[in-house]
Design a protein around this ligand. Structure first.
Ligand code: IVH
Length: 692
């Protein structure tokens, strides 16, 4: 391989970085054999971001740094599909599928005088949202939802954020035009992660990965969409020009070579017997996949025959879906209890007669909150249907009212906390979703010292978005609590290899790993530590702004509620909560012990920015106010660029403002700047400053 161009030649270096990032995207998403770690990928990416910031003229629209665009104002635009996007007919058993093979396909082909026997290309049917991607001369120019099949919505900006969708085809000789049809979907693991985060933020959770994928594709802010690990695969060509394919498999292979993922599991069968065999094989195997499938799609392999077979008004005759039986299972509610969480809210939970659902034994399901128990009218002794949302999280679909016996009992929520005995209260909280706001009733234990709550706090403290102590899972935490080794997060730092190795089923090597991970967590940024503390109403984002503003834990601890309220984005109630947290004797003790254990209490970002300010430069010590819509940067990115260079940002224009960065449609702030004689710069001037 030729040596990569050095940074002395920025143009060549940028082109090389773009090529490398695209290649690693392909290796990861298409070939599923990554060559580098996420961290190394991020390193290349950051280098390109910095290089382009220093040399904006090198930025191209297909650069991976340009995936995330600005928030959409107004609705999505409706666009006609080049050819209708049909849906598939379904079959549910072997007979129906044989009928399709005999009647729909073979008889028609015979009648049309076709001698050639049809083969079938069979692949998993992935549960996601159907989309269409348009590439002109190899460049991704437009992406549409299926919509009503005739017209879809233009969601190009959101689709650009999906790394599995190449911004340019991997070829020097692209077709004049090609449309890839396929499916955007969400991995189960990612679905679980998103729902957990939403639950923690008090947002309504998504019912399954399909809803989550479809819902996120319709969000107005690509920045938010970019944070969700949506994936994509193509399953059929739409309209194309300047290229030819003989078979469905040839198309899929070509798509892969161009950098578009296809369904990883597929085969070509010479007859319907082989198709059925493959379908049976996957009925069990599909459960181990990290994405939802509800069946198989069977397509005639030869594309020429598609034209002969044609379509009905609703669906093609050359393809059909085979649907696996839905995994809804009947069981009985044996008991309902409630478990305390890290904020003191108790979540009701049903215990069932254990049953197999989608491959695992289900014994419990969350009933979410008191209102949910009332709404579904779930009683102890009821027969219920349960399923797995996204085939992972078990939930009660409905009560079988017709089977309700005389002995069922309404659940009485406990009056005392099952963990600490404290008297419980019923509170109302608001659950927000895009469509509605609902007030729900929740049970709450007001005892901040509740051991059950501490268990959850330790789990949260160690979790990925917080101190990221990878090997410290729930089971181990339970053992540590049971052995009396740990009562709160600070106790983790007193653990030693000897103490851990004494635990049942704990090898010396894993004990060592855990201790090393705990040790490593001491270096985490202050923002992560603040998030990990579980201060009421302080999530990851607030923790970040607090860390940046106060720079050290010490300063934040000493700050009054009024001083905290001065932080942008922190309201009076949150500020009160933070001040009260640090004033509380028990929390104070916890934080003191964390500090003496040697945890980092300084903001690393703030440190970096201070150094930049001290080093001087166009941004050092200057205050910027952003207004209007920027075309090349998101607000967050622009603010970050300013702050990373030692500048500051403010929300309103005053005599202290050095620059107003005005994008398109700038309003009152621009007027005020002009009145006060503050320097106003546009995006081009801003980019010049970045280069200085
Ligand atoms: S082939 C006429 N292959 O299932 C459409 N579709 O109603 C032919 N789907 O909305 C599409 N996995 O988006 C095909 N491997 C697969 C698929 C698949 C999921 C979706 C498709 C369509 C729906 C069928």
């Amino acid at each position: 391989m030729a040596k990569p161009p050095s940074s002395k030649d920025p143009k060549a270096r940028a082109a090389w970085l773009r090529g490398e990032l695209a290649r690693h995207d392909r290796l990861y998403y298409v070939e599923q054999r990554p060559e580098i770690t996420d961290r190394d990928y991020d390193g290349l990416y950051r280098e390109l971001v910095d290089l382009e910031a220093a040399h904006p003229e090198l930025r191209t629209s297909d650069s991976p740094t340009q995936r995330v665009g600005n928030e959409l104002k107004g609705g999505f635009q409706s666009v006609d599909h080049k050819r209708p996007m049909l849906s598939l007919d379904n079959t549910y058993n072997e007979d129906e599928l044989r009928h399709f093979d005999e009647e729909t396909v073979k008889k028609r082909l015979e009648k049309a005088g076709v001698k050639e026997a049809p083969a079938y290309e069979v692949e998993l049917k992935v549960d996601g949202a159907a989309i269409s991607l348009w590439y002109e001369k190899g460049e991704f120019v437009r992406g549409l939802t299926r919509g009503n099949g005739v017209q879809g919505e233009d969601i190009t900006a959101n689709l650009r954020t999906i790394r599995a969708i190449p911004l340019r085809l991997n070829t020097g000789d692209p077709p004049a035009f090609i449309e890839f049809r396929g499916e955007v979907y969400l991995a189960r693991s990612e679905f679980a992660r998103i729902n957990k985060a939403r639950e923690e933020e008090g947002l309504e959770t998504f019912a399954n990965p399909r809803n989550a994928a479809a819902g996120n594709l319709k969000r107005k802010d690509p920045k938010v969409v970019a944070k969700i690990g949506l994936k994509f695969f193509t399953h059929m060509p739409g309209v194309f020009e300047g290229v030819e394919f003989e078979t469905q498999s040839e198309y899929l292979k070509q798509a892969e070579a161009w950098g578009l993922p296809t369904v990883p599991h597929r085969t070509v069968c010479k007859d319907i017997g082989a198709v059925l065999k493959y379908i049976h094989e996957w009925d069990t195997k599909r459960r181990e996949l990290d994405f939802d499938t509800d069946g198989m799609v069977i397509k005639v392999e030869q594309l020429e025959l598609h034209t002969v077979l044609g379509t009905t008004s609703k669906s093609p005759r050359y393809a059909i879906a085979f649907k696996y039986k839905a995994d809804e299972v009947e069981t009985e509610v044996l008991e309902i209890d409630a478990k305390v969480g890290k904020t003191g809210v108790l979540t009701p939970r049903a215990r069932f007669t254990p049953v197999q659902v989608a491959g695992t034994t289900v014994t419990y399901a969350s009933l979410h909150n008191l209102s949910e128990v009332e709404r579904k009218d779930i009683r102890i002794g009821d027969k219920v249907m349960i399923e797995k949302a996204g085939e992972i999280i078990p939930q009660v679909v409905r009560v079988l009212a017709e089977k309700r016996g005389k002995n069922v009992k309404k659940w009485q929520p406990p009056s005392e906390c099952p963990s600490c005995g404290h008297k419980l209260e019923i509170r109302e909280t608001v659950h927000k979703s895009k469509e509605e706001q609902r007030t729900v009733k929740v049970l709450h234990c007001a005892n901040a010292r509740c051991p059950g709550r501490y268990r959850e706090r330790i789990i949260y403290f160690a979790s990925r978005g917080c101190m990221d102590i990878e090997d410290l899972g729930e089971k181990l935490i339970d053992k540590l609590i049971a052995e009396g080794l740990v009562k709160d997060p600070a106790d983790l730092y007193d653990l030693t290899v000897e103490k851990l190795a004494n635990l049942e089923r704990m090898a010396e090597k894993s004990a060592q790993n855990v201790v090393e991970r705990i040790e490593a967590s001491k270096k985490m940024d202050l923002a992560k530590l603040l998030a990990a503390l579980n201060i009421p109403m302080v999530g990851a984002r607030t923790a970040e702004v607090l860390a940046e503003h106060f720079e050290t834990l010490e300063k934040l601890r000493e700050a009054s509620a009024e001083a905290i309220e001065e932080v942008e984005g922190v309201g009076p109630i949150v500020a009160e909560n933070i001040a009260a947290f640090f004033a509380d004797a028990v929390e104070k003790n916890l934080v003191d012990r964390l500090v003496s254990a040697g945890l980092n209490t300084k903001s690393l970002t703030a440190k970096k920015r201070k150094a930049a300010a001290a080093a001087g430069g166009a941004f050092a010590g200057k205050t910027f106010v952003l207004t209007g819509t920027l075309t090349k940067y998101t607000r967050d990115d622009a603010e970050k660029l300013i702050k990373d260079r030692g500048g500051k940002t403010a929300g309103s224009v005053s005599a202290k403002t050095d620059y107003v960065l005005a994008g398109e449609k700038a309003g009152s702030k621009l007027a005020k700047a002009q009145k006060l004689g503050v320097a106003v710069i546009d995006e081009a001037a801003f980019e010049k400053l970045l280069k200085e």
